[in-house]
Design a protein around this ligand. Structure first.
Ligand code: NAD
Length: 482
């Protein structure tokens, strides 16, 4: 059951992903999808809208008619018990018709204020009384801060146990985010160096070219810290910094990630200004076009104090990482759309060679998450014909180059994982809670001090100059991501 089946997420991501799974034979014929949303629609109209959304995402649509015949629609008011009773009887009929053995997945692709109410109704009105498994997939944001997240968790835990809850962080469904673990733990050349003796700093960038678009109302209350840092950025940091799990099971991996988040040094009061930088985009040029400032966007306050950019320095207080800064930055209206991780290794003890600029480049391992997917290793090698001059060389692995097929969409993997009952790439409550408690301290300071310099970076740039100074203070700079 997809709650919010007429929404943007369902149309752009969920239906095309389900279709890809169907085509690959990962969905048997024994499945039904019930679309739930407010608007009255017939099954036929709903199937037609599913068809349109699949066609606009995927060229090859050979089995589409069979696929959409599994879709049903229920017009629903999420706060009305009688509506759930009708949904229940529909679900029971479909269960019998398709021999579903009482297995149900409830996907909440709706505004977050409804998450708690829906979960409570699912239980109270009997939809969770099933013979098979019941699972709840819940979209972000999971709360607005630690307090509201706790409240929401309490509500959904009344109906679902922790291992039945699949909290989506779609970054965890991305091929190259999942690859972080493999690169680290399947290669003898990296893991022995993966610590404060050999790594000087780590940089995680997730930049967007798009502005806030029509999401101004939501974004004004959220900002980049809640929208990106609390979830995606800290999840990538946890995967980069965790200890090798003793086994590749959900519990073992999650427990190592939790330890990283617990070891992250909390920031208080004045430290926030020292370790974190916020930005808001002003107008500027992007692809030859003038674009407006954030505070001129629809549904945004002219005096807005909301950040559209965050850069920060994280410190992980454990044996492996003591002394290694992990820098993160994310923002809208930046020069390029790019998510990348750069691992910068320490300089070798003595430089016997020289390059034109007299210094050797440090070794870098770059993990390209999106839009390109791959790995680049930056080394130094002999410049041809010269035996005392070194030149940088790049070893490149592009994921798409090897395998001509596009890698699966994050949502495709995550839906499949959920159907198989594998929650590894979903966030556990402990991770959510620890991330919020770190982020809350920063937002407390930011919300209570008006940032007079806003807007402080031009659209089409890589963010405010203070973000560069954050690294310069430590003798580093942001490696270019374009
Ligand atoms: P949307 O506004 O496009 O869709 C909302 C859906 O909820 C519609 O189907 C609407 O009919 C339904 N709805 C609203 N009020 C209802 C009510 N009272 N009773 C029954 N149905 C009701 O939202 P969206 O962009 O699809 O986002 C859904 C969720 O996914 C949100 O939590 C959002 O944060 C999250 N999300 C969206 C995206 C994205 O790309 N759109 C990405 C990541 C996360």
């Amino acid at each position: 059951m997809i709650f919010g089946a007429t929404g943007d997420l369902a149309k752009r991501k969920l239906f095309p992903s389900l279709y890809r799974l169907y085509k690959k034979g990962r969905l048997s014929e024994r499945f039904a999808v019930v679309g739930v949303a407010r608007r009255p629609l017939s099954d036929d109209e709903f199937q037609a809208s599913v068809k349109t959304s699949v066609e606009s995402a995927i060229k090859d649509s050979g089995e589409l008619e069979d696929f959409i015949s599994h879709f049903y629609y229920h017009s629903h008011d999420v706060t009305d018990s009688s509506s759930y009773l009708a949904l229940k009887s529909m679900a029971e009929k479909l269960d019998t018709h398709y021999s579903l053995e009482g297995n149900r997945i409830f996907y909440l692709a709706m505004a977050p204020e409804f998450f708690g109410t829906i979960a409570e109704h699912l239980k109270a009105d009997g939809l969770t009384d099933v013979d098979g498994f019941k699972r709840l997939v819940i979209e972000k944001p999971f709360g607005h801060d630690l307090e509201s997240a706790k409240q929401l968790n309490k509500q959904i835990r009344k109906a679902f146990s922790e291992n039945e809850i699949y909290r989506i962080d779609h970054y965890l469904g991305k091929e190259m985010v999942q690859n972080i673990e493999v690169i680290r733990f399947a290669n003898a050349i990296f893991e022995p160096l993966w610590n404060n003796r050999y790594i000087s700093n780590i940089q995680v960038t997730s930049s967007e070219v798009l502005g806030v678009e029509e999401r101004g109302r939501y974004y004004e209350k959220s900002g980049a810290l809640r929208d990106m840092v609390q979830n995606h950025m800290l999840q990538m940091v946890a995967l980069l910094a965790m200890e090798p799990p003793i086994r590749l099971t959900t519990d073992e991996i999650r427990s190592e990630k939790v330890k990283v988040l617990r070891a992250m040094r909390p920031l208080e009061g004045d430290q926030v200004k020292e370790y974190f930088v916020r930005g808001q985009y002003g107008k500027g040029q992007l692809n030859g076009k003038e674009v407006p400032a954030y505070n001129e966007e629809p549904m945004v306050d002219e005096q807005s104090n909301t950040e559209t950019y965050v850069a920060g320095k994280l410190t992980i207080d454990n044996f492996r990482w003591a002394g290694v800064p992990i820098y993160i930055r994310t923002g809208k209206r930046m020069a390029a759309k790019s998510t990348k991780i750069v691992i910068q290794f320490k300089d070798i003890p003595m430089n016997l060679y020289y390059q034109t600029e007299q210094t050797l480049n440090p070794n870098l391992l770059v993990i390209h998450i999106q839009p390109e997917e791959g790995i680049t290793l930056y080394l130094n090698a002999q410049k041809s014909g010269q035996n005392i001059e070194a030149t940088p060389v790049k070893l490149n692995f592009a994921n798409k180059g090897i395998d001509d097929m596009n890698t699966p969409e994050a949502y495709e993997r995550l839906l499949y994982d959920c159907m198989r009952g594998d929650a590894t790439n979903f966030t556990h409550w402990d991770e959510v809670a620890l991330s919020w408690s770190f982020v809350d301290k920063i937002s407390d300071v930011w919300e209570n001090t008006k940032e007079e310099s806003f807007p402080n970076y031009e659209s089409g740039s890589m963010g405010p100059k203070e973000a560069d100074q954050l690294l310069e203070k430590d003798g580093f700079f942001w490696w270019p991501v374009t």
